[in-house]
Design a protein around this ligand. Structure first.
Ligand code: HEM
Ligand code: HEM
Ligand code: SF4
Ligand code: SF4
Length: 400
């Protein structure tokens, strides 16, 4: 679209008090020819009530199968400047901490070789740069990976390990029980091959939260969710509890009655917790931060099977390892061995586009547990009272 065309349908989307992506694309279109064509094609999509993009096509850089997501227009004769409109994923730093120099470097590259449009950070966590041509991809990669300060790698895309992501963790949050930033960085480096060379049935995601508040929503959005936790007793400062109550805090309404396992009690003077029955949900701690603290014996709970829709419906992860010690500096060996076993089983048995959780449902928890060499335990039950979930092997049952 070299001459300026009218976009009456898109213009509708600029009305109202909300920010509008149309307004932003128009801004980019003022000095970028591919953004002009993007507006034109989008208008056509609204007229035709259908998307005019083709999925896929192989685009990549030397040695990498992931990180570049191919998009082609199905009406290139009308919009030649977006005949190709590929997306680049850049691996975000742990916890999304950029300095301004790093951001400027990325923007400069993207104004030079791309549409100038980004949607900073999708569910994967990567910085997402929208719209470039095949001929620029290698140059973009060479430039970002050679930034003077903060060189950047591509993120994951395709049937491989997606860019691991984590919460702000110990950098900014008093609740972090594991060093999410260190762990995320360590796993990203350790499994670089899986990130860049797609070879699995489908995507696999790891997300890491420092505590069960799960600020990166790892339980809903990742096949493997790692959440910091503790396994000793919650620390109680009784004096501080009494101060809360004296100050008018509704301890029964806000805390006692909301404990999911009803394991916390208040007799008017003392708060008691039956720690054996505490699920470490953090609710009481969140409500009374001055009085309650997690214990000192810290590590992580590992959940498995979370994913958005597509084949089966949306699934939440469920507990597979209630507690694993994860200390920065010690190499995270136990976790890495566990991940390798999980992926190996999924890779061998999964059908194309079948996520880990779906495969476990299809082949059964029994097979999964045998493959990853874990004993069944009650914490693995996916939903209380809904499924027995574990079945004995024939050789383990005795018949009279
Ligand atoms: C009906 C139309 C569309 C729907 C429902 C849709 C839906 C989605 C969803 C659910 C995601 C995952 C988001 C995330 O991970 O945060 C996604 C990501 C993506 N979409 Fe779309 N999409 C549509 C159209 C398009 C079009 C037209 C393009 C390209 C021109 C496109 C390019 C992408 C890319 C490159 C990603 C990955 C971005 C990222 O990692 O955040 N999509 N889309
Ligand atoms: C032209 C139409 C569409 C395009 C271009 C598109 C594109 C995409 C892309 C690029 C992704 C990210 C995949 C990845 O992470 O590699 C995605 C994910 C997703 N899309 Fe679509 N999509 C479209 C239509 C739809 C529609 C109609 C739905 C739902 C009815 C949908 C639901 C989803 C969901 C739920 C995900 C996330 C899957 C996950 O994280 O497991 N998409 N889509
Ligand atoms: S998940 Fe926990 S540790 Fe991470 S930012 Fe949220 S509250 Fe803090
Ligand atoms: S952490 Fe959750 S389960 Fe444990 S005592 Fe507090 S509210 Fe109850």
């Amino acid at each position: 679209m070299t001459e300026t065309k009218k976009t009456p349908l898109l213009d509708e989307l600029e009305k109202g008090p909300w920010p509008s992506f149309v307004k932003e694309i128009k801004k980019a279109a003022a000095h970028n020819i591919s953004s002009q064509d993007l507006l034109g094609q989008l208008e056509l999509s609204y007229e035709d009530k259908k998307a005019h993009w083709k999925h896929g096509g192989l685009v990549g850089v030397m040695g990498y199968g992931g990180g570049v997501i191919g998009r082609y227009s199905d009406v290139p004769e009308q919009f030649p400047n977006i005949e190709m409109f590929h997306t680049i994923r850049l691996n975000q730093p742990s916890g999304w901490y950029y300095n301004t120099k790093a951001l400027r470097q990325v923007c400069d590259v993207w104004e030079k070789y791309g549409s100038g449009l980004t949607n900073l950070h999708g569910a994967t966590g990567d910085m997402v740069l929208l719209g470039t041509k095949t001929e620029y991809i290698q140059t973009i990669f060479d430039e970002v990976s050679n930034f003077e300060e903060h060189p950047m790698d591509l993120g994951g895309s395709g049937s491989n390990l997606r860019t691991p992501s984590c919460c702000a963790g110990p950098a900014r949050c008093e609740f972090a029980m594991i060093d999410t930033l260190d762990l995320c960085h360590d796993l990203t480096n350790e499994f670089q091959d899986y990130l860049h060379r797609p070879m699995w049935p489908y995507k696999s995601k790891i997300k890491i939260s420092g505590c069960p508040n799960d600020c990166v929503a790892s339980i809903a959005r990742s096949d493997i969710s790692i959440q910091g936790t503790w396994r000793d007793d919650i620390k109680i400062n009784q004096e501080a509890v009494r101060e809360y109550v004296a100050g008018g805090f509704d301890i029964n309404g806000m805390v006692i009655s909301k404990c999911p396992t009803k394991c916390i009690a208040w007799d008017g003077n003392e708060l008691t917790i039956d720690n054996a029955n505490c699920t470490r949900c953090m609710h009481c701690i969140n409500k009374m931060t001055k009085a309650l603290r997690p214990g000192d014996d810290r590590g992580a709970t590992i959940l498995i099977g979370g994913k958005a829709p597509i084949l089966q419906g949306a699934m939440m992860g469920w507990v597979i390892v209630p507690f694993m010690k994860l200390e920065s500096g010690s190499g995270y060996e136990e976790l890495k061995e566990f991940l390798e076993k999980v992926w190996e089983w999924w890779d061998e048995n999964g059908k194309t586009r079948e996520r880990l959780g779906e495969l476990i449902l299809r082949l059964g928890m029994r097979n999964f547990l045998r493959a990853i060499e874990l004993e069944p335990i009650p914490q693995m039950v996916m939903a209380p009272r809904a499924n027995p979930f574990f079945f004995w092997w024939p050789e383990e049952t005795v018949q009279d």
